[in-house]
Design a protein around this ligand. Structure first.
Ligand code: ATP
Ligand code: MG
Length: 330
């Protein structure tokens, strides 16, 4: 069970240590998770069926969707597995794949079927199910959705060793980039006809207008039954330059901290000027892959000094002042 101290606020605070920004998504997910585990407890106490609220994460590539889910599962201490909807659609036997996912969940739970039944399954790339129908032998995106629906609703899934995992209490989180969603929202929304001058009701209207409706997701090939099982939607914003800089420097396991540690182990202090992080962020913005390209650019910057590091006996410090200047050893 979820520790009583893990309130939505506490969950958000812990997520903050690893995931930069995305405050709204963090809150939505924290509330959904807290509610989910509360509901499990209530439904058991009252012997009532569990009404699940599975979650859909929407946001561009590299904005932290997978990172948030992984961090979440660590915080909660529940078994967690990730799967990709596209690879389900590429397999010939989607049910075998689903069994394999539940088997992995069971493994993560140390073989405890009860614990596995209270885990989290993250299914990524849910927005790509429509385009996946190129291979004629592969199952269609729609039949993948039907198969997923079944386990999201709650089913006894038989895994390899002949045991069963009950998915009734498993929380499902789906993720996708949903490229072009903004345009669809603009075209289909408009509660503007409700005339109001009041500040507060205008704010509510703005929220309603930015809300993703199930029908908006039909354009991506999601069937109504499927979107209906994902009542909670959390949106991830695009990362700004300032956020990219924070991602490199602030989280507990930030890339800068990792490299400083690596250099420190060789007795050398690594010093990268703030300007350099801004330059790296600017290059990453050009690549349009969110935070995903930061590591590559940063490692490229480090590579020449890492090459020399073991030979620089007696060096105490290496400093980078600009992405386009030679580093200075001292
Ligand atoms: N908000 C963030 N805070 C900290 N790091 C981030 C954030 N967003 C992305 N990153 C970094 O970028 C990498 C890629 O992010 P992640 O895998 O979460 O992207 P994603 O949103 O799942 O993308 P995709 O849609 O392509 O799967 C992560 O490993 C992490 O290092
Ligand atoms: Mg991802």
């Amino acid at each position: 069970m979820l520790a009583a101290s893990l309130t939505p606020r506490a969950i958000v605070q812990q997520l903050d240590e690893y995931v930069v920004g995305q405050d709204e998504a963090k809150r939505v997910v924290a509330v959904a998770v807290w509610t989910h585990f509360r509901k499990i407890a209530r439904s058991q106490a009252k012997q009532l069926p569990l009404e699940k609220s599975n979650v859909l994460l929407i946001g561009a590539s590299g904005t932290g969707k997978t990172l948030l889910c992984e961090t979440l599962s660590r915080i909660l201490g529940v078994p967690f597995v990730t799967a990709e909807a596209t690879s389900l659609a590429q397999s010939r036997f989607v049910n075998d794949e689903i069994e394999a996912i539940m088997q992995r969940l069971l493994d993560k739970a140390g073989g405890d079927a009860d614990r596995a039944g209270r885990g989290i399954v993250f299914i990524d790339e849910i927005d790509k199910l429509k385009a996946a129908g190129t291979d004629l032998r592969a199952v269609s995106g729609e039949s993948v959705q039907h198969a997923l629906l079944k386990i999201m609703e709650g089913a006894q899934v038989r895994v390899a060793d002949g045991r069963y995992v009950d998915t009734t209490r498993v929380l499902f989180i789906c993720g996708g980039a949903f490229v072009g969603l903004e345009k669809i929202l603009k075209d289909t929304h408009g509660y503007g006809f409700i005339a109001t001058s009041n500040e507060e009701s205008r704010a509510i209207l703005a929220r309603l207008n930015s809300r993703v409706k199930p029908t908006d997701l039909f354009a991506y090939g999601l069937i109504p039954e499927f979107t209906g099982r994902l009542p909670v939607i959390a949106r991830f914003g695009d990362l700004s330059k300032a956020m990219l800089v924070r991602i490199m420097t602030e989280p507990r396991n930030a890339i800068y901290a990792q490299f400083r540690d690596l250099f420190a182990a060789e007795g050398v202090e690594l010093d990268v000027a703030p300007r350099v992080f801004e330059q790296v962020a600017e290059v990453a913005l050009e690549y349009k892959t969110g935070a995903r390209s930061l590591r590559g650019i940063f490692e490229e910057l480090m590579s020449p000094v890492l090459f020399e590091l073991p030979e620089r006996k007696g060096a105490k410090r290496v400093a980078f002042a600009s992405l386009f200047a030679e580093p200075a050893w001292s």
